[in-house]
Design a protein around this ligand. Structure first.
Ligand code: FE
Ligand code: FE
Ligand code: ZN
Length: 281
């Protein structure tokens, strides 16, 4: 089964997201666990969750890929921001338990001048404080483009974080095609090599989800500007190869491309077409 969907607004709750996903031709989706700029999360509406779970079962919706807010920075230089971030992720993970079995994806953080090593140490330390809450949720570290002082710009940095975490069985990785490309991994010319490298450094069994985005910039640009599928520097042909790669089969693919609903529906239809062809090759 191929799972594809896009990032949806969470403002009307789970059932509304499920219905929207189906309307767009999707069978998974992503959403922010709270306002992406931070702030207090809306309380979970248990009735809505119940209705959603029923709807998801009937419509065969796969594993969801929730996204932490951008303001969360587990390796901020200021202690109060780190503390606030740890409270935020702990609260998000508790709320994820209402919809068990899904993924919670977050940006490892920005070390803001403290250096990657210190960033890695602080992120792992934070995870060691909160992962207890992820009883039925897998927490995904997103591969980053390396913009500014982002940690997670290489497979090695992600591996180093995982190595320092006690409950590492609750961790996985979200492979963002735009970020990996911008980070300097040539998924256009050498996709097999990049995935081999991922396997050698992190282990493919950790690769749980894909953020499926084209990029406005060249490989190694460290920019992080998403583009519509086939209209960026990665291009349609390379994106098709990613979608059809056997190492990524069965993982949820999430579009974070600059689109409206009609644009997402068109991309979803296109990717479904690709993967159908892929099955017969
Ligand atoms: Fe992200
Ligand atoms: Fe992403
Ligand atoms: Zn991005």
């Amino acid at each position: 089964m191929f799972y594809i969907g896009n990032h949806l607004s969470a403002s009307k709750g789970y059932l509304a997201m499920g219905e929207m996903a189906v309307k767009l031709g999707a069978n998974t989706f992503a959403f922010f666990t709270r306002n992406p700029r931070g702030g207090k999360a809306k309380a979970i509406d248990e009735k809505d969750v119940e209705r959603y779970l029923d709807f998801a079962k009937k419509n065969k919706i796969g594993t969801l890929v929730a996204h932490a807010p951008y303001t969360m920075n587990l390796c901020a230089a200021k202690e109060e921001i780190r503390k606030f971030s740890i409270e935020m992720i702990a609260d998000d993970l508790r709320r994820m338990e209402y919809t068990p079995g899904n993924y919670y994806n977050f940006h490892p953080g920005s070390h803001v001048g403290q250096g990657a090593e210190e960033g890695i140490r602080l992120i792992a330390d934070a995870l060691n404080q909160v992962l207890e809450e992820a009883k039925n949720t897998t927490v995904l570290l997103e591969t980053m483009a390396g913009k500014g002082s982002e940690v997670g710009r290489s497979f090695e940095e992600i591996r180093e974080i995982i190595d320092r975490v006690e409950l590492a069985d609750r961790l996985g990785v979200c492979f963002d095609t735009c970020h990996v490309w911008d980070g300097g991994y040539d998924i256009v010319g050498h996709l097999d090599d990049v995935l081999d490298e991922f396997d050698n450094v992190i282990g493919l069994e950790r690769l749980k989800a894909v953020h499926f985005n084209d990029s406005m910039n060249t490989c190694g640009a460290h920019k992080d500007r998403h583009q519509k599928i086939g209209q960026g520097k990665i291009g349609a042909e390379a994106m098709r190869r990613v979608a059809c790669h056997p190492a990524l089969a069965g993982k949820p693919f999430i579009l974070e491309t600059p689109n409206d609903d009609a644009g997402y529906a068109a991309e979803i239809a296109q990717i479904k077409e690709w993967t159908k062809e892929g099955e017969t090759v």
